[in-house]
Write a protein that binds this ligand. Structure first.
Ligand code: SF4
Length: 96
């Protein structure tokens, strides 16, 4: 189990409500769905959310086949998020 939450170093998905200046400002995202290392917290709406003094972390990750995943938690330390096929994906994901 990780002792600290992995942080989101950068997120390229600027149309997300939690994105300010390519940084994620929600406390924690959840990563992974059945298809890919999807940012399940990605939110597209006019209102901005999160807090400017918070840098987001990975609260949980369902990508059990990622080399950084242990007990469905992220141990990468830092991750990046980018656009993939019209949605947001963890680009640090690496198949074990
Ligand atoms: S990591 Fe996810 S929740 Fe955070 S800004 Fe990017 S898409 Fe939005």
């Amino acid at each position: 189990m990780p002792k600290t939450m992995s942080k989101i170093s950068a997120c390229e998905v600027t149309d997300c409500a939690y994105n300010m200046n390519k940084e994620c400002h929600t406390l924690a995202i959840t990563v992974g769905n059945s298809e890919c290392a999807f940012c399940d917290t990605y939110t597209k709406m006019n209102q901005k959310g999160g807090a400017s003094d918070v840098i987001g972390g990975v609260g949980a990750c369902r990508e059990s086949d990622c080399k950084y995943n242990e007990s469905l938690e992220c141990n990468a330390g830092n991750i990046n998020v980018g656009s993939h096929s019209g949605h947001a994906d963890c680009t640090t994901y690496k198949k074990a």
